[in-house]
Design a protein around this ligand. Structure first.
Ligand code: PLP
Length: 392
């Protein structure tokens, strides 16, 4: 029966050790959380800049809620576009130094809508094998010819670009920063190849917008290729206030086309005013000063260097995603549990989220962690690592 097979599938997920449960938080998002059992230090949110509970962001959300209502009960093109939506789109384009932008309910939607709207069966899309699930799903929905290149492997990308010369248009799609490893796509090299083989470049900046690069514009700013990357998709649900929402920013004709063709835009409700207000304020704060981003970078540096000195291997490149590499899945799970019992909230990742034998605990640093918070986390890791044999 259906319910028998569902039971079987659920048991399979449990048996594989990949069951995901929800921990219930009784407070705002932030470095210090309240759970039912008491307070803990949080090291697993995408709240890189601490703006999810920033007082000015909250005030802006409340003000916008009162002025513009709870929601639009409509998609954008029927009666769901307010001045605040247009203003936020303008602000996003300005932030990224692009011509135009289009909002979505999430970056998942932005990724789900873009490939089908832009690419035809005569075109080709070349995608990094470790791209986010939403890019993979978006590509599945389009009818273009699909190439998957090995993770950040430029030789493989070049070979596939050569093969794809037979198609009308080529689009290279990559995460700017990869969320499991904290590694950064070699965009200089990708853009060079894209020029050579007349391809467009698309980047997903969910784990970069607001804090990578001298002014927090993202991976393209960090690597000096803002004028070479054609399309940027990103989220409002991580560093930019953490509420929800996503967007595409790029050349105006392309954004115009998305407004005509992109299904998650055409067939899904417009972004709620409070969410728009929060994101808009987050962008204001970041455009005023990069002090918040710098503070996060300093804390990331503190964590990475102290953990490395303690004997741990932290993968990735100076990114606030700091994967503590452990190898063994059970070790990662047991250590994460033991960290929680010491009041530090971190999560272990194992297969199939990361390759077999590459289990890890992914720590994420935020601008609102204090130096003491970071040091407490390192101390707990050191104790727990010794106890379980991850450190000598
Ligand atoms: N792309 C990447 C790389 C992500 O990490 C995420 C979020 O997990 C998304 C897209 C989806 O973003 P959103 O939460 O706005 O749907």
């Amino acid at each position: 029966t259906q319910s028998g097979s569902t039971q079987g599938e659920l048991e399979g997920i449990r048996g594989a050790g990949t069951w995901k449960s929800e921990r219930v938080i009784a407070s705002r998002q932030g470095p210090h959380l309240r759970l039912a059992g008491g307070g803990i230090l949080n090291f697993c949110a995408n709240n890189y800049l601490g703006l999810s509970s920033h007082p000015e962001v909250i005030r802006a959300g409340v003000w916008t809620l009162e002025q513009f209502g709870a929601g639009l009960s409509s998609v954008r093109f029927i009666c769901g576009t307010q001045s605040i939506h247009k203003d936020l789109e303008e602000k996003i384009s300005r932030f990224h130094q692009r011509e135009d932008a289009i909002l979505y309910a999430s970056c998942f939607d932005a990724n789900a809508g873009i490939f089908e709207a832009l690419l035809t069966p005569e075109d080709a899309v070349l995608s990094d094998e470790l791209n986010h699930a939403s890019i993979i799903d978006g590509i599945r929905l389009c009818k273009a010819n699909k190439y998957r290149y090995r993770h950040m492997d430029m030789q493989d990308l070049e070979a596939k670009l050569q093969d794809a010369q037979k198609h009308r248009l080529r689009l290279v799609a990559t995460d700017g920063a990869f969320s499991m490893d904290g590694d950064i796509a070699p965009l200089k090299e990708i853009c060079r190849l894209a020029e050579k083989y007349e391809a467009l470049v698309f980047i997903d900046e969910c784990h970069a917008t607001g804090f990578l690069g001298p002014n927090g514009r993202g991976t393209d700013e960090l690597l000096g290729v803002m004028d070479k990357v054609t399309i940027v998709n990103s989220t409002l649900g991580k560093a930019l206030g953490g509420a929800a929402g996503g967007y595409t920013t790029g050349p105006k004709p392309l954004i115009d086309l998305l407004r005509q063709r992109s299904r998650p835009y055409l067939f899904s409700n417009s972004l709620p005013p409070a969410v728009v207000g929060c994101a808009s304020k987050a962008l204001d704060l970041l455009m005023e000063s990069n002090a918040i981003a710098q503070s996060m970078a300093a804390k990331t540096q503190r964590f990475r260097s102290k953990m490395t000195a303690a004997g741990f291997t932290i993968s990735g490149q100076d990114h606030p995603i700091c994967p503590v590499m452990l190898g063994d899945a059970r070790l990662a799970a047991v250590m994460a549990d033991d960290m929680l019992s010491r009041g530090i909230y971190v999560i272990g990742f194992s297969y199939p989220v990361v390759p077999k034998g590459k289990a890890r605990i992914r720590v994420q640093i935020s601008a609102v962690h204090s130096d003491e918070d970071i040091d407490r986390c390192v101390e707990a890791f050191t104790e727990v690592g010794r106890k379980h044999g991850a450190l000598p």
